[in-house]
Design a protein around this ligand. Structure first.
Ligand code: ADP
Ligand code: MG
Length: 212
């Protein structure tokens, strides 16, 4: 079934399950790396936090994948809030929950990039943060912009990785890293890095996905 904007509101269960597994796998493979980034400018738990969240979502993937997409995204968001913990839990959770709400309210003048924009703005409000503060927003906004300009998926993944790298030059203004002030400069933000990894995994999966 299609929404007026052309997006399938009911995703194929296999597609959603595959995306959940792709996200879980990339975070599991990079958990130590993310903890290392967080040790440099935080408390060293970002990889563990993200891994716990992704595993909790994986545990319920079969039931979640049968829900209409807005409900599935809201449920995933709630699971992330409850299981990632720390600062990142409520932020990733807000992103998914708001995407679900916005997708439900999608009208024929909007597309998915506008849904994502609303959801990212909600994350920014929740974190009282802005682009340039050295957070996951510094990956989310460029990804959203690329999507709005219909940039191909491989280039979106590359843009996300580059955006995460660019956070190294920024001074952290929010979260634990902000306690370091200028000493946060020179380190990649862990949340930006997890966001780039997830973006790349999602893009890769969508490119390769062929409906049965
Ligand atoms: P904690 O800092 O509680 O240990 P994590 O280590 O899991 O939580 O997550 C840290 C990441 O969360 C940061 O790298 C940053 O990207 C993101 N973050 C922290 N605070 C904020 C905020 N106020 N706004 C946006 N992102 C934030
Ligand atoms: Mg941490």
């Amino acid at each position: 079934m299609s929404a007026p904007g052309g997006y399938r509101v009911q995703a194929e269960p296999a597609l959603l399950m595959g995306l959940i597994e792709a996200c879980r796998a990339t975070i599991a493979a990079n958990s130590d790396h993310l903890c290392g980034l967080d040790r440099a400018i935080g408390d060293g738990d970002h990889g563990t936090n993200m891994r716990r969240g992704c595993e909790a979502v994986s545990a319920e993937e079969a039931s979640v994948s049968l829900l209409p997409l807005p409900d599935a995204l809201e449920k995933i968001g709630l699971t992330l809030v409850m299981n990632i913990g720390g600062a990142a839990g409520p932020l990733y959770g807000t992103l998914l929950m708001e995407m679900g709400r916005e997708l439900r309210a999608l009208d024929d003048k909007q597309d998915f990039s506008s849904v994502l924009k609303q959801a990212i703005d909600a994350v920014a409000r929740r974190g009282r943060s802005h682009a340039g503060d050295k957070t996951l927003l510094d990956v989310l906004y460029p990804v959203q912009d690329a999507l709005a300009h219909r940039v191909p998926l491989t280039d979106i993944a590359r843009q996300a990785a580059l955006s995460a790298e660019l956070t190294a030059a920024m001074k952290a203004m929010r979260g634990r890293a902000s306690y370091l002030g200028d000493r946060s400069i020179g380190h990649v933000d862990p949340g930006a890095s997890s966001c780039a990894l997830l973006t790349a995994a999602i893009c890769r999966y969508l490119e390769e996905y062929r409906p049965a």
